[in-house]
Design a protein around this ligand. Structure first.
Ligand SMILES: NC(=O)c1ccc[n+]([C@@H]2O[C@H](COP(=O)([O-])OP(=O)(O)OC[C@H]3O[C@@H](n4cnc5c(N)ncnc54)[C@H](O)[C@@H]3O)[C@@H](O)[C@H]2O)c1
Length: 245
């Protein structure tokens, strides 16, 4: 699989899964725009990619803010040109019992995890339509598949991602654009460590280990490849057997 000549945007690539996805695609020859709210994190990802001989540019952006996304897309177009591969990975989580879940937190979660994917996708779908080729991978969550206590807002936002994925997949199926989602389950990142100790989670997993960011990155690399041309609208669960579709 090669990504040579492809311009890619990975959101939330300043650490965790996004960083690994960006590095993996850059390693396959892609030019990668590393989008993140955290400028420092984005610069570190870019530095690591460049040290490994890859091409990347850091773009600081809040993906839940329409004006910021439009500005970031313009900057990305200036730096790289048209973008035909998009990985909507940026996301946040909190753990709030339902009876304490306020409207502000509900709205914030849906805005960052779900609305952002609409905002960023609409920025690059025109490039994909013009090229007659495109790949979108949306990162959802195994929590949307299994349900999870104190995560109604998060699970709802990620369930929305799965529906969004299927709708876009059908709408663009005859335009050379595929749209798929990857729901990770317990992958060792800074986000996971805010809620869990990976070593404590491991015994409950069929594989007896938490996932590693590269486990997700390799699945994304397949879905954005030329070889995955006939795969669209799918949920590729990368979770060590935690949930079987
Ligand atoms: N780690 C897991 O086990 C796991 C499980 C299921 C789903 N996920 C999903 O995978 C994705 C990546 O998770 P992670 O574990 O790498 O998290 P992480 O917190 O380690 O990294 C997320 C990155 O996204 C960035 N980000 C957050 N809000 C943003 C915004 N509004 N605009 C731009 N960037 C923003 C952060 O700055 C951070 O660099 C998320 O969507 C998360 O919900 C992760």
């Amino acid at each position: 699989m090669t990504m040579a000549g492809r311009n890619v945007v990975v959101t939330g690539a300043g650490r965790g899964l996004g960083r690994s996805i960006a590095a993996t695609l850059a390693g396959q020859g892609a030019s990668v725009a590393v989008w993140d709210l955290n400028a420092d994190g984005a610069e570190k990802t870019v530095a690591a990619i460049q040290e490994a001989g890859g091409e990347a540019v850091a773009v600081t952006v809040d993906v839940s803010d329409a004006a910021a996304v439009a500005a970031a897309a313009a900057r990305t177009h200036e730096e790289l040109g048209p973008v035909t591969v998009l990985v909507n990975n940026a996301g946040v989580t909190t753990y709030v019992p339902f009876t304490e879940l306020g409207e502000d937190e509900w709205d914030r979660m849906v805005r960052i995890n779900l609305k952002s994917q609409y905002l960023v996708s609409r920025s690059f779908v025109p490039d994909m339509l013009a090229a007659g080729w495109g790949r979108i991978v949306n990162i959802s969550s195994s929590s949307a598949q299994t349900g999870a206590p104190a995560m109604a807002h998060y699970a709802a936002s990620k369930g929305g991602v799965i529906g969004f994925t299927k709708a876009l997949a059908i709408e663009f199926a005859d335009k050379g654009i595929t749209v798929n989602n990857v729901p990770p389950g317990f992958v060792d990142t800074p986000l996971l460590r805010e809620g869990f100790d990976p070593d404590e989670v491991a015994p409950s997993m069929p594989m007896k280990r938490a996932g590693q960011p590269a486990d997700i990155a390799h699945a994304v690399a397949y879905l954005v490849s030329e070889e995955a041309a006939y795969v669209t609208g799918q949920t590729l669960s990368v979770n060590g057997g935690r949930y079987l579709v």
